[in-house]
Design a protein around this ligand. Structure first.
Ligand code: ADP
Ligand code: MG
Length: 292
């Protein structure tokens, strides 16, 4: 089971002088259960790509399949696809509109025609998943903090119990603490079996979490693989204006200075070990001292 994107092209306002080719032939497969990262600078086509994954946008060319089902074949139930593939937009809190948190989170399940008892169960479950106290359900979403509003909006998608969860820059605009909390909750969801696609323009954030990632530039995927595989292409990433995680930059610089260090390193722990290894036991002691 997977989401497959085959040679996807998307042109906004095709056939007009304002035509923009936002996707120029993207091929990609996201496997069930994985934690997938999608990175790229603003304007590279990330949001356009993910809006194809649940059928919000229609390909100009190419195809999208969810668990083997082509979204744009006759007879495909797009409503069912949108329950299966939950999409959390960037700044999703801008789309809160109900009088209470409960009503907002309940909107999707109610729309699915579920009995009110199950709606209630799902709302409670979804709020808990994003770390919100059940008591918040009676409050107005507009009284909440920015981070809480964002959680409510994410809960609204979770209440549909999607198999695939796609989040478009879920940490944008949050403070470092708020970012860490949301990322922690997203990781927990993935560990519980939800397939997660995390969209970000921040390498540092994505690198530590995902098992695989794809890098977009100008409507194309320019790299794909495990974080280690992708970060080993440091120059390519720099060319397209994506900063490597700081630790990977340091490894590259040490290598340029002649240290025999692998470049596919992106956590501080791994870096420490690699440096100690090349410095040898004696100098290693000094290095250890220096890091204290
Ligand atoms: P990202 O999410 O990586 O910032 P987008 O998918 O939003 O990238 O945008 C890709 C390209 O498509 C950009 O050139 C952007 O200006 C253009 N674009 C995005 N949305 C629209 C739209 N609704 N109409 C026309 N052009 C758009
Ligand atoms: Mg975007």
């Amino acid at each position: 089971m997977s989401i497959r994107v085959n040679d996807l092209v998307h042109i906004y306002q095709a056939g007009t002088p304002l035509a923009t080719e936002a996707l120029r032939g993207v091929t990609l497969e996201i496997q069930e259960g994985e934690f997938f990262g999608l990175i790229g600078q603003t304007g590279s086509g990330k949001s356009t790509l993910i809006q194809h994954l649940n059928g919000l946008l229609k390909p100009t060319r190419g195809s999208v399949e969810v668990d083997g089902q082509n979204l744009w074949e006759r007879g495909t139930n797009l409503k069912a696809i949108r329950q299966k593939v939950g999409l959390v937009f960037q700044y999703p809190e801008h789309q809160l509109f109900e009088e209470t948190v409960f009503a907002d989170v309940a909107f999707g399940p109610r729309n699915m025609g579920l009995p009110e008892e199950e709606v209630k169960e799902r709302v409670e479950e979804a709020l808990a998943m994003v770390g919100l106290d059940g008591e918040i359900a009676d409050r107005s979403p507009f009284e909440l903090s920015g981070g809480q509003k964002r959680r409510v909006a994410i809960a609204g998608v979770l209440a549909m119990r999607p198999k695939y969860l796609i989040l478009d820059e879920p940490t944008a605009g949050l403070d470092p603490m708020g970012r860490q909390e949301i990322l922690g909750e997203i990781s927990a969801l993935q560990q519980q079996g939800v397939t997660v696609v995390l969209v970000s323009h921040n390498m540092e954030e994505v690198a530590r979490l995902v098992s695989r990632l794809a890098v977009m530039h100008d409507g194309r995927l320019i790299a794909q693989g495990t974080p280690a595989e992708v970060f080993s292409k440091g120059e390519l990433l720099e060319e397209v204006g994506l900063a490597l995680p700081q630790i990977a930059q340091l490894m590259h610089r040490l290598r340029e200075r002649g240290l025999d260090i692998p470049v596919d390193i992106y956590t501080v722990e791994e870096a420490r070990e690699a440096i100690l290894r090349v410095l040898g036991p004696k100098q290693g002691k000094t290095a250890r001292f220096l890091t204290l």
